[in-house]
Design a protein around this ligand. Structure first.
Ligand code: C2E
Ligand code: MG
Ligand code: MG
Ligand code: MG
Length: 287
């Protein structure tokens, strides 16, 4: 095969490309079908208040279980959905489903949990995104104060003025805004001053080497301190170990999310866990 390729490198690469493109197209068709046939679902991952040890809320995370492919990671299918534009209807579906579910949990007695939903940059760039979000709140009956939208820094690189205008309309209604994967994108911090943002979520990349690398610990500590000096709440993502947990607690981090407390789980499992935590049966073990 290498010999053939040597003879005609262009054809070789073209064939390879076609193979990759074919695979992508196949996955795209499968994803579209899965979405249309309502095979996607949401998992929920608890967010824990570091001071009280109680559950502060949950992040809704999309899941896709395919019969042939098994569980496909969002890291794979979300970028695909973004490239094809499918993220717009998919994202709306996720918001509707999660708001409806949160409303149900409130009726069952799980009050005071804030729902976080990821909103893709492409989705937020839609001209009618504000109407869409407010419409979903209205139709599901969820109080805007219980909704937090997770946006990424990439949004503010392209359409900053327009994005801020939309954010203000949402914040006016009581919706909270967080910057997800903080620290991995746009490097200038100056943009923060223009944003009606309440929360930053430190990317799990910064948590990975806590207890291992002093440099990374210094970086994590600096991000927490900076956020606090700007009056932002800080959520640490990807807390997997007791060492990480103790570190961020010592640094005054407000909330945590990670396997150390719980992985993202299906709605029924989340509900059971939330009731136990609310009844103080499962306070975060180490607080
Ligand atoms: P994200 O918004 O940063 O979500 C957090 C990711 O970290 C989730 O990955 C979660 O499962 C994972 N995680 C949580 N705790 C830990 C931990 O302790 N260790 C490690 N290693 N990972 C942890 P997931 O569910 O695979 O989702 C990946 C990304 O896909 C999300 O990152 C988000 O950007 C995107 N995504 C997922 N659902 C949606 C959605 O409904 N809409 C949009 N636009 N994007 C979504
Ligand atoms: Mg997120
Ligand atoms: Mg995200
Ligand atoms: Mg994140």
């Amino acid at each position: 095969r290498a010999k053939e390729a040597g003879k005609n490198q262009y054809a070789f690469f073209a064939a390879e490309m076609t193979q990759v493109a074919k695979e992508r197209l196949k996955l795209e068709v499968k994803l579209r079908k899965a979405f249309e046939q309502q095979e996607l679902f949401l998992n929920y991952q608890p967010r824990v208040n570091m001071k009280t040890g109680k559950m502060a809320g949950m992040e809704a995370l999309m899941r896709w279980l395919d019969l042939d492919l098994g569980s496909v990671s969002p890291a794979e299918f979300i970028p695909l959905a973004e490239e094809t534009g499918l993220i717009v209807p998919m994202g709306k579906w996720a918001l509707q489903t999660a708001c409806r579910q949160t409303r149900e949990w409130q009726h069952m007695g799980l009050k005071n949990l804030t729902l976080s939903v990821n909103i893709s940059t492409l989705q937020f760039q839609q001209a009618d995104v504000v109407e869409m979000i407010l419409g979903v709140l209205q139709e599901t009956g969820l109080d805007p104060h219980f909704l937090e939208l997770e946006l990424t820094e990439s949004l503010f690189m392209v359409e900053r003025v327009e994005a801020i205008r939309k954010l203000n309309l949402l914040v006016e209604k009581g919706i909270q805004i967080s910057i997800d994967d903080f620290g991995t994108g746009y490097s200038s911090l100056n943009y923060l001053r223009y944003l009606p943002v309440n929360v930053i979520k430190i990317d799990k990349e910064f948590m990975r080497n806590i207890g291992k690398l002093a440099y990374d610990e210094a970086l994590a500590e600096a991000i927490i301190a900076m956020a606090h000096s700007l009056n932002l709440r800080v959520v640490a993502e990807g807390i997997e170990t007791e060492t990480q947990y103790r570190f961020i607690r010592a640094k005054g981090c407000d909330e945590m999310q990670g396997y150390f407390f719980s992985e993202p789980v299906d709605a029924i499992t989340f509900e059971t866990l939330a009731f136990h935590v609310q009844a103080d049966q499962v306070k975060v073990a180490l607080i």
